[in-house]
Write a protein that binds this ligand. Structure first.
Ligand SMILES: *Cc1c(COP(=O)(O)O)cnc(C)c1O
Length: 392
């Protein structure tokens, strides 16, 4: 009898250890990990450099509090600023915390302009987290059910429809920010049109509104650029990060432009946020991504993986679309796909299913071409067998 709360539908497997893109369960079965702890283990499992950095830091100083200067925060911030072209960083411990901070920045930005009830435009299929405010900013009704009342101030729009956003901005002078994922993750791996993102940027410029990108899943190299908004050659005012940022150690970050760098002492904080252990892990992860050229690798191997999947799944009538960028790919089926997870595990492959019918592949960024081919080799018969079952 488990003493854990029953809030996860767990698969009947326990992992014991990992190496690179591979995982082993307690029985010694080996799996190719195309989930990477939900886009978290960006440099793979047990990367020797990350292991060494974490052990070294643990022996030196794990935590000390933000009452003091933390050099490692400066170093990680410098890298994030360098790769994003933005100006300043706040560190926290998770994705939702980063988005909470972004929401606070947007609200304060509004208050500084004399707007007492600031509104934030969000996407209908967005996922921004499970705290009350981020849940309120999230579209998916199934994660929201039973948790009302929600936080006010979010206006959902249909992703891709620029006219709708223009109309709202024109009519509602309380809009202070537009928050979106450049590639919707939990919503079903949906890349936003680049022209749409450019249109949003223009709209934000014209109306003095903050463009806020939730890059918690799509950021840090996953899409084949450092950050997925860079595909549209635009720069947000606020960007949130977490998942892949520290290779598996919990870290969240908010990166802002000069314009959005408005928090003052006392406005916001976090006890654990940016502690030396987490920062050392983030610094080493970012260094590995730079030195092993993993952003380019995600682009190249991702492109080949997508192509190989298209070829291998060609003619499967139940496969509607293969979409995504870099190593953030979705295989869209014509039916709910949750029951494919167990047969996939039996075939030695981990991935997840989002939005009901989308198989999500977010393997470590170190994935090689040979390993990508192995994903295709393992997933194809699993999908074929699954689609041959009577459609429920
Ligand atoms: C995972 C995710 C979050 C929430 O992150 P947590 O660390 O689970 O709080 C928010 N936004 C996006 C886009 C995510 O993928």
């Amino acid at each position: 009898m488990s003493h854990l709360m029953n809030n996860y539908g767990r698969l009947p497997i326990s992992f014991d250890h990992g190496q690179g893109v591979w995982l082993w369960d307690k029985e010694g079965n080996k799996y190719l990990d195309a989930l990477a702890g939900i886009a978290v283990n960006s440099v793979g499992h047990a990367h020797p450099r990350l292991v060494r950095a974490i052990s070294d830091q643990a022996a030196k100083l794990i935590h000390c509090s933000n009452y003091f200067n933390i050099d490692l925060q400066e170093q990680v911030a410098e890298k994030l600023v360098e790769h994003s072209g933005l100006d300043a960083v706040f560190f926290c411990n998770s994705g939702l915390e980063a988005n909470e901070c972004a929401i606070k920045i947007a609200r304060k930005f509004g208050h500084l302009k004399g707007i007492d009830v600031p509104h934030i435009i969000v996407m209908k299929h967005a996922f921004h987290g499970r705290s009350i405010a981020t849940l309120s900013a999230t579209g998916n009704p199934s994660v929201k059910a039973d948790f009302s009342p929600y936080t006010e101030g979010f206006i959902p729009v249909e992703e891709g429809n620029l006219e709708e956003v223009e109309k709202i901005v024109k009519e509602d002078k309380n809009v202070v920010a537009i928050l979106f994922e450049p590639i919707l993750g939990e919503g079903g791996v949906i890349p936003l049109e680049l022209s749409y993102m450019r249109g949003l940027r223009e709209l934000c410029d014209q109306n003095d509104i903050l463009m806020m990108c939730d890059e918690i899943q799509s950021g840090v190299g996953r899409s084949g650029k450092w950050f997925a908004h860079q595909w549209a050659e635009v720069k947000p005012d606020v960007m949130t990060l977490a998942k892949g940022l520290a290779g598996g150690v919990p870290v969240g970050a908010v990166v802002v432009s000069e314009k959005a760098n408005i928090l003052k002492p006392g406005n916001h904080g976090s006890t654990f946020g940016g502690n030396p252990l987490a920062m050392r892990a983030a610094l080493e992860t970012l260094s590995i991504i730079e030195e092993e050229k993993l952003v380019d690798n995600a682009f190249e191997v991702g492109k080949k993986l997508k192509k190989a999947l298209s070829k291998s799944l060609n003619g499967f009538s139940g496969v509607l679309e293969i979409r995504g960028k870099g190593l953030m790919l979705g295989i869209v089926l014509d039916r709910d796909a949750h029951d494919i997870l167990e047969p996939a595990l039996k075939a030695g492959l981990t991935f997840s299913v989002t939005a009901g019918n989308v198989i999500r592949l977010v393997p470590p960024l170190i994935l090689t071409e040979a390993e990508a081919d192995e994903i295709v080799k393992r997933i194809t018969p699993v999908i074929r067998a699954f689609l041959a079952l009577p459609k429920i």
